[in-house]
Design a protein around this ligand. Structure first.
Ligand SMILES: Cc1cc2nc3c(=O)[nH]c(=O)nc-3n(C[C@H](O)[C@H](O)[C@H](O)COP(=O)(O)OP(=O)(O)OC[C@H]3O[C@@H](n4cnc5c(N)ncnc54)[C@H](O)[C@@H]3O)c2cc1C
Length: 417
């Protein structure tokens, strides 16, 4: 079968890889000059299998209210009426109960476990390098009560098959000596040794190159304008370079896919949520962490990517606006400089923003649509790097009619009906 994958981010490229492996002819379309150049470009780098909790959870609505109007808040809600955000927000609130939170976390965790295994398969089969580190993720806490609460919550994740250890300050420093500079402020941490980190952009370019060598056709600089649809099925993709047709089509355009399918009555509950990252060259300094860190108080993640440190976080509901608010980026930079003062050349940091394609329940959309040859693999929100490989294999299995590794009803669009 000839399959067109729309989008060459980590989700689209992983999809292309597994479709090729299943014996399909694959064409990938993307407006950028290379793969992984939008949301997959400078994310937090964490393959966080043990941290798949959705944003929607108990207590979150109150937390959001406390943050409204605070410019330095981890989450910034611009006070304007946006019907799409309103409708998304209602679905988000409906997922804030304890039951929904635990259910959604469990489903994502299962997909993340499969995904981590498939990442290792991809590495072994292709030999691609992306500054991958398997040193785990250490969540740090500065408050004892919060550490205890997180430790209690981690039991549920341990029961689902992840190793997580609650550590005192000395044990945290033994794992990551770079925490020494702020040792006095720490209460302890939770360490997940099975988690990983790596550069998603390098992964995308490496895997796209491998797929091209295996016969996939990657067409860059192609703007997808609309879908050609005849009753019941897609007939082609209308692009800046003409109409391109295939037997089946996979939508992996992150936050931009919803607009494309809306004219056909398909409503994707995906809202763009802007995040920031700061990348600091280590420049020969030796105070950079080598284990990936999650700073729970500041809602920031740190990943070592070769001779750079990536620090990422914050969320802004500002529609499709990708402009960079320098103040917010600098606030991340200063928090990173404070935590790891001798990590690198902070004055040479680069700033970036990306739009997380967020669903209200935090689970991606993987599966069929009312159009019989159009498939979804999108809406990975905060976890696209963690879930990308598993999602790519899952949709390739659906298209190939192969048995699935997990129950894909959990990720179907129908769950929002
Ligand atoms: C600050 C930040 C930190 C993050 N940290 C992590 C992390 O630590 N771990 C983790 O697992 N996830 C993280 N994420 C989330 C992760 O980066 C995303 O979920 C993931 O990159 C989404 O991948 P994607 O392939 O769906 O989207 P993208 O990478 O955006 O790919 C979509 C592609 O579609 C193309 N496209 C869109 N519209 C069109 C069009 N009209 N025509 C042609 N091409 C088009 C784009 O060029 C793009 O290449 C983070 C995100 C942000 C913003």
């Amino acid at each position: 079968m000839h399959v067109i994958v729309m989008g060459a981010g980590v989700v689209g490229v992983s999809t292309a890889y597994f479709l090729l492996k299943a014996g399909h002819r694959v064409t990938v379309l993307d407006r950028q000059p290379v793969a992984g150049n939008e949301t997959s470009f400078a994310n937090g780098g964490q393959v966080s299998v043990s941290h798949t909790a959705p944003w929607a959870g108990p207590g979150v609505p109150w937390q959001l209210l406390k943050w409204v109007g605070r410019q330095d808040a981890p989450l910034l809600l611009h006070p304007r009426f946006d019907p799409a955000l309103f409708s998304w927000g209602l679905k988000f609130l409906a997922n804030c109960s304890k039951t929904a939170f635990e259910r959604n976390q469990r489903k994502n965790l299962r997909l993340a476990q499969i995904s981590r295994f498939l990442l290792s398969v991809i590495r072994d089969e292709t030999g691609i390098q992306y500054h991958q580190r398997s040193g785990g993720i250490l969540q740090i806490y500065r408050n004892n009560d919060e550490l205890l609460a997180a430790s209690r919550a981690s039991r549920q994740i341990i029961d689902l098959g992840c190793e997580m250890r609650t550590l005192d300050v000395d044990a945290c420093l033994a794992i990551e000596p770079a925490l020494e500079a702020r040792r006095d402020e720490l209460a302890g941490g939770i360490y997940s040794p099975g988690d990983e980190s790596g550069d998603a952009h390098l992964f995308c370019t490496g895997l796209a190159g491998y797929c091209e060598a295996q016969g996939a056709d990657f067409r860059y600089g192609v703007e997808i304008e609309q879908l050609g649809v005849e009753p019941g099925q897609v007939t082609g993709v209308v692009t800046s370079q003409g109409v391109i047709s295939a037997d089946a089509y996979v939508l992996s355009l992150a936050a931009y896919g919803a607009r494309l399918v809306k004219p056909f009555g398909i409503k994707l509950p995906i809202y763009p949520t802007k995040g920031y990252s700061v990348t600091v060259p280590t420049g020969g300094h030796n105070g950079a962490p080598s284990v990936s860190i999650t700073d729970e108080d500041n809602r920031l993640v740190f990943s070592r990517l070769g001779e750079r440190i990536r620090v990422a976080g914050t969320a802004e509901f500002a529609g499709y606006d990708t402009s960079l608010n320098e103040g917010r980026a600098r606030s991340i930079l200063e928090k990173a400089r404070y935590q790891f003062p001798s990590a690198g050349n902070f004055d040479e940091a680069t700033f970036w923003t990306g739009l997380r394609p967020m669903t209200p329940d935090g689970l991606p959309l993987i599966g069929t649509t009312p159009l019989q040859n159009l498939y979804l693999n999108t809406g990975h929100g905060t976890l696209g790097w963690t879930l990308g490989a598993g999602s790519g294999k899952a949709i390739a299995d659906v298209i190939s009619g192969s048995p699935a590794d997990l129950d894909l009803r959990d990720f179907s669009l129908q769950r929002f009906r």
